[in-house]
Design a protein around this ligand. Structure first.
Ligand SMILES: N[C@@H](CCC(=O)N[C@@H](CS)C(=O)NCC(=O)O)C(=O)O
Length: 214
């Protein structure tokens, strides 16, 4: 049975999973979940994720939610397919795990709030809260200062190669690069080069195309 992704192709967490499936070149089916009608808060979706958030993934008899956990599964279950998104060496894996935690715990909280304020709310007709933007940009900048130092030493966050911690940033970087605060990324030379590099990946370009032709 083909892998099924239950989600909405414009949402950051669904895009995160599609990006890893595309990196692996896997076949999958998208089962659209319409957030505007509340599909995600009703059965049968709640059976896949009782928290009522997209995405959820089914691979045979395995059912998962939480985009980052799904991506770990994809990386390990399909380790031999195309590029490795995790490492086998325990020490290298530990470093990759550190930067995955950094993305989820330090980077994502301000980045997702800014994505809501600057990208999602305007599409819903909700005006941007400029005070919130002013509060979150310095928080994001502080994290990116640390990234700038890391990326001066290492081509990617997890090491010499592109791995899940890099991939997990793609949806919010993609959206925020189209906003007035993109200089928070582009003003830092190593961060800027890293963003350009990971955004140009064919698997990410495919993810964007799926969003544009939904
Ligand atoms: N930590 C979850 C977050 C999932 C999430 O926030 N999904 C959003 C779309 S990006 C959603 O379903 N929002 C609707 C809601 O929370 O009601 C993950 O990474 O999968």
């Amino acid at each position: 049975m083909a892998i099924k992704v239950h989600g909405s192709v414009t949402t950051t967490a669904t895009m995160r999973v599609l990006a890893s499936l595309n990196e692996k070149g896997l076949d999958y089916e998208i089962v659209p979940i319409d957030l505007s009608t509340g599909d995600h808060k009703r059965e049968p979706f709640l059976n896949l994720n009782p928290f009522g958030q997209v995405p959820a993934l089914e691979d045979g008899d395995l059912s998962l939610f939480e985009s980052r956990a799904i991506n770990r599964y994809i990386a390990y279950a399909y380790a031999g397919q195309r590029i490795p998104l995790m490492c086998e060496n325990p020490k290298k894996t530990a470093i990759v795990s550190v930067w995955m935690e950094v993305e989820a715990q330090k980077y994502d909280p301000p980045a997702i709030k800014l994505t809501w304020e600057l990208v999602i709310n305007p599409t819903l007709g909700i005006p941007t809260d400029d005070a919130a933007v002013e509060e979150y940009v310095p928080q994001l900048a502080k994290v990116l200062d640390i990234y700038e130092a890391r990326l001066a030493q290492s081509k990617f966050l997890g090491g010499d190669t592109f791995t899940l911690p890099d991939l997990h940033h793609l949806p919010t970087i993609y959206y925020l690069m189209g906003t007035k605060i993109k200089t928070v990324f582009t003003s830092r030379p190593h961060v800027s080069a890293w963003c350009a590099d990971i955004l140009a990946r064919p698997a990410w370009q495919k993810t964007i195309e799926m969003k544009n032709y939904k």
